[in-house]
Design a protein around this ligand. Structure first.
Ligand SMILES: [Zn+2]
Ligand SMILES: [Zn+2]
Length: 145
């Protein structure tokens, strides 16, 4: 079984366990999120699925993404005023973001737990998580300039 199929199956299982009804739309949105890896916006998802689901609205896509987020399957990424991007949660990873075209690429790096401990030490906070983003120009944009 392909990796993405396995992920989809596990995700659908999680939804079933949390009592979320699996509609054909939910199934399609999840599948799209798992297969694309591009961190799409709700609008991107809507555009690529509207031919298949003519009655679906962007609001429906948003609502479904919220359901996935609450079930812990999907992460919402917000960058300033831009539309939220959605990421199917596989393992913990960081993001590299192209400042020219907005492309987001995943990369893995050992968790920066040291920074969390250090922060707790200097601020007295109980740290739960951290977020790290690397900015630059993607290979395609580098050849353009
Ligand atoms: Zn780029
Ligand atoms: Zn990601």
């Amino acid at each position: 079984m392909a990796m993405s199929e396995k992920q989809l199956e596990t995700a659908l299982d999680t939804l079933k366990k949390t009592g979320v009804r699996i509609t054909p739309q939910r199934h399609a949105i999840l599948e799209y999120l798992i297969e694309t890896m591009t961190h799409p916006t709700a609008d991107d998802i809507y555009k690529s699925l509207e031919a298949k689901f003519p009655n679906m609205s962007v609001a429906t896509v948003y609502n479904n993404l919220r359901v996935f987020k609450e079930s812990g399957l999907v992460q919402e990424l917000t960058y300033g005023d831009n539309a939220s991007r959605f990421d199917f949660i596989t393992s913990k990873h960081y993001h590299t973001i192209c400042e020219s075209c907005g492309k987001i690429v995943d990369f893995h790096y050992p968790g920066l737990d040291e920074i969390e401990r250090f922060t707790e030490h200097v601020t007295g906070f109980k740290v739960n998580s951290h977020r790290l983003e690397i900015y630059g120009l993607c290979p395609a944009c580098q050849t353009k300039s």
